[in-house]
Design a protein. Sequence first.
Length: 209
Amino acid sequence: MSKVMIFDHPLIQHKLSILRDKRTGTKQFRELINEIAMLMCYEATRDLPLEDVKVETPMEKMTAKKISGRTLAFVPILRAGLGMVDGMLNLVPTAKVGHIGMYRDPETHQPVDYYCKLPADIPERDVIVLDPMLATGGSAIDAVARIKEFSPRSIKFMCIIAAPEGVDAFTAAHPDVEVFCAALDRQLNDHAYILPGLGDAGDRIFGTK
């Protein structure tokens, strides 16, 4: 069964409050998305295994720790997921980045897959899929299903705001995938937008309407 982790760290919650504010401009919104993603990445990578390594400090030799051979790939769901990538790479600069393109049909609210480009060595990597919003869950469900076709070592899903409807749908479809989010909001409206939410994340990241 899927594990859903909702972050309650004060720094994340503080930044999220500013992110939600309709007066927050594009530049600051983009910076906040990156900062929140970086803080969430810290926790989402907590289970990476470590191994001993010999290090010589200026004082003496010692046994220290390093990540044990596991390699990461970050896969943003286009386009809004791109806003989270830099924050993730700030913590894990050696990770590779794939891209998967999904958009929501405005009439049916169903996801449409139009692009998928993943690292060639994806079967050797642990994947974290990125999308700021988990609304109906449709795009995330389809993106993870598509990535599973390439047999990565593991998959996690990271969003900033989720709706209960999206969480329920996603965890039912992918009970093996952990979900990380900064807030679980109240509900979806009739247009499948999250309430109270923050509006359209893609438009606010890129300054479009």
